[in-house]
Design a protein around this ligand. Structure first.
Ligand code: SF4
Length: 488
């Protein structure tokens, strides 16, 4: 069955989208301001969410210590434009959040961090992921008289912590975490501590870093963040990844580690390596750039074709194209240019303007592809709209043959763990065989990397999906590391 996949009116809807990025810092010296560090950390996580941004910090004055928060809709640079919001903020600990909405609408009420003020103090929470039991927990809490200000499932977390806070921080966090299910990389800021927790399967990444002091062994501050690139951005040193099911409490210059769940197989999201994470990050010991390069090499070995040129769809298709070129001996070139300044909120109401919008985003370097047999490599095919357009503009620029190769397996199933996926009916690989899809794209040939090949590229010791492979592959295989209601 052929589908057009054209019912989206968002020109960037042909990709899966990461939901959020989190960044936290706690300085030992109470005079040190954590806000600029958080701002720069968030800037380097901007690729993980572009709809809203926020910073919460602990601040002290004659009235005591409390948590303040500033957040708004838009990019980090827009929300905190020209120091707006930042100038009046000073405090030695802060957490920040960038958001792309999946659970909950794109409105200011859902922007994070969330702050709760109650009799015993105040806390702030920043969450990346999705709770699979948020609706159940929310309605239980509503039945007991708790009101919610947003539709975000992350607000469930802060309300649970606040409710349990009289038992002490550690117990309140432990009890909350036992109650929630799903994926989370969680930061909690209290008036005297910074806390990080990663869900028992480790689906979303979280890592620990530090900012060195005057001597090599001194530490000025500890950092917790979604990706290691944010640690580099603030001049920090990577210490280690947070383990699945681990909670870290940083207080008075000490880092304490707790294991809060039974040992569960690690299942880090494979799409972090395919597309979401920045190529200069590493997650759970695996360099993201290396994984993309390797995926291209494996794709070349699995589905190489005689050609004069291999090109990658920017950005994450490019390392895979380099790897493919190395494996097959095909010369690599830059055949496609992407405009980085096309916003993701662009809405094109008419079909004609929609197609124009795609042309604005990608263009072909005619002199590079003219008269050549071209292999084009993208990181994924979701709806197929961009791929179809790319084949068409490559042919219009004079490419003799266009062979499409994809460095992830076909996306056939939705994600329930914090990634925005279109409806199943709009996932073009769910409804079409590879041959039908190739015809629909207008390509001379089409091939995807195998699931085993993808696992190998991410350094997995096992080539079969399942509990031992170390990764969630749910959107490729339909098998999820956490039971999902309706998908069992
Ligand atoms: S289903 Fe799993 S692999 Fe796919 S995007 Fe979601 S977390 Fe990642």
């Amino acid at each position: 069955m052929l589908v057009t996949g054209n019912d989206s009116n968002n020109m960037n809807d042909d990709k899966l989208h990461e939901e959020c990025g989190v960044f936290g810092v706690l300085y030992k010296d109470p005079a040190h301001n954590a806000v600029p560090t958080t701002y720069f950390g968030l800037l380097s996580l901007q690729h993980r969410g572009q709809e809203s941004a926020g910073i919460a910090l602990t601040t002290s004055d004659n009235n005591g210590t409390r948590i303040e928060c500033r957040k708004g809709m838009g990019l980090v640079g827009e929300v905190f434009a020209h120091g707006h919001f930042l100038e009046d903020l000073k405090g030695s600990a802060a957490i920040g959040h960038v958001r792309y909405s999946t659970a909950g609408a794109s409105i200011i009420e859902n922007a994070q961090p969330f702050v709760s003020r109650f009799k015993l103090g105040s806390i702030a929470v920043a969450h990346n992921g999705t709770l699979t039991n948020a609706d159940v927990v929310r309605s239980l809490m509503e039945d007991s008289g708790i009101a919610f200000a947003s539709s975000s499932d992350s607000e469930v977390i802060i309300n649970l912590i606040a409710r349990n806070y009289k038992k002490g921080l550690e117990k309140a966090l432990g009890d909350t975490i036992k109650f929630i299910k799903g994926s989370y990389a969680l930061l909690v800021l209290t008036e005297d501590a910074l806390v990080g927790a990663r869900d028992p399967s480790g689906i979303r990444p979280l890592c620990l870093g530090r900012i060195p002091g005057k001597t090599k062994d001194d530490t000025d501050a500890y950092l917790l963040t979604s990706e290691s690139c944010a640690i580099d951005a603030v001049g920090g040193e990577f210490i280690r990844d947070i383990e699945p099911g681990e909670m870290i409490i940083i207080r008075e210059g000490e880092v304490l580690s707790f294991t809060f769940s039974e040992k569960t197989p690690r299942a880090v999201c494979a799409f972090e390596y395919v597309y979401f994470a920045r190529p200069d990050s590493h997650i759970d010991g695996q360099d993201v750039y290396e994984a993309r390069l390797k995926a291209g090499e494996i794709l070349g070995k699995e589905a190489g074709v005689a050609a004069d040129l291999v090109i990658g769809v920017p950005d994450s298709g490019v390392p895979a194209a380099i790897g493919y070129g190395r494996a097959t001996g095909t010369p690599f070139g830059l055949g496609i240019v992407k405009s980085k300044y096309v916003g993701r909120t662009f809405i094109a109401p008419e079909q004609a303007s929609r197609e124009r919008a795609v042309s604005v985003k990608h263009n072909v370097i005619r002199s590079e592809v003219q008269g050549k047999r071209v292999v084009v490599i993208d990181d994924s095919i979701v709806r197929g709209t961009t791929s179809r357009r790319l084949v068409s503009i490559l042919r219009a620029a004079g490419a003799k043959e266009v062979h499409f190769r994809v460095s992830s397996p076909p996306v056939r199933f939705p994600c329930y763990f914090g990634i925005d996926t279109p409806h199943r009916k709009d996932l073009i690989s769910n409804l079409n065989s590879e041959n039908e899809l190739c015809k629909s794209l207008g390509a001379d040939s089409l091939a995807f990397i195998s699931v085993g090949g993808l696992l190998q590229s991410m350094g997995s010791q096992v080539n079969e999906p399942g509990p031992g492979c170390g990764h969630c592959l749910g959107c490729f295989t339909g098998e999820y590391p956490i039971p999902v209601h309706g998908e069992e």
